[in-house]
Design a protein around this ligand. Structure first.
Ligand code: PAF
Length: 249
């Protein structure tokens, strides 16, 4: 497995891969089985698989959240079995001082956008930069971040980017909690309680009753709503934020 930290080096490598099909998984590291399942899908579909690890500062609303984001690059590289891992430096990625930004003005204002105002502009900008660097045939995103997936698909279509965006099912722990890098921030009690979030979100209760029950259990609820044929939710357990969604039958 080749670990590349320098974008000039990556561009030379990329030219040598021109005849191959390439699958790409963008990540912010702290890799779990959800990420690894995206890698397996990419390896089955493509000749070459590239994973990027970059904790993108521009998509965090709060400096504290960015500072606390779990960083485990050495362990991540040990977990990976792909062709290339790209570990770009902030100065190289944002050589423009983030003076160029990509903003979507409709879908991005809903749900997550209401609670994390700058998040989607940061996310779309970094995904666009990475897609332009990797020139993949396919890029893989988890359905857990469902609004992110919709926005990335919309961006690729709107900007004529020749990468197919593939949404992959959420991978869950045995008790139903969606795998997420943020789960590692939960203490034992919080982790025990966290499993009630997907259980209630996927229950037959109304969105209103789910909200009431979550509040009575000690969750702070940002939203529980039904749209895009899904029921989506975002909650807090103390200072850890969890999001999830289920397809409505
Ligand atoms: O889903 C994530 O981990 C991030 O939003 C992404 C797509 C890697 C962009 O930083």
């Amino acid at each position: 497995m080749n670990i590349v930290t320098n974008l000039k080096e990556w561009k030379t490598i990329r030219q040598s891969l021109n005849s191959k099909t390439i699958g790409f998984i963008p990540t912010m590291g702290n890799l779990h089985d959800g990420h690894l399942s995206l890698c397996e899908k990419s390896k089955a579909d493509n000749e070459i698989t590239v994973v990027s690890i970059f904790v993108n500062p521009t998509q965090f609303n709060q400096k504290k959240d960015f500072a606390n984001y779990p960083r485990t690059v050495d362990l991540d590289c040990k977990k990976l079995d792909v062709d290339f891992v790209l570990l770009p430096e902030k100065n190289e990625i944002y050589f423009d001082n983030y003076e160029i930004q990509l903003t979507e003005t409709n879908l991005s204002l809903d749900l997550e956008g209401q609670f994390r105002p700058v998040h989607f502009t940061g996310m779309l900008t970094i995904v666009l930069k990475l897609l332009n660097l990797i020139h993949a045939n396919r890029a893989y995103f988890g359905e857990k971040d469902y609004q992110q997936l919709l926005l990335v698909k919309k961006m690729v279509e709107a900007l004529f980017i020749p990468t197919e965006i593939i949404g992959c099912e959420t991978i869950r722990a045995e008790d139903g909690l969606a795998l997420s890098s943020r789960n590692s921030l939960l203490n034992k009690n919080q982790r025990e309680k966290a499993k009630l979030f997907p259980q209630l979100l996927n229950s037959n209760l109304s969105a209103h009753d789910i909200t009431e029950q979550l509040i009575s259990l000690g969750f702070k609820v940002d939203y529980i709503v039904e749209k895009w044929q899904r029921r989506l939710g975002a909650v807090w357990l103390d200072d850890v934020r969890l999001i999830d969604n289920f397809r409505l039958c």
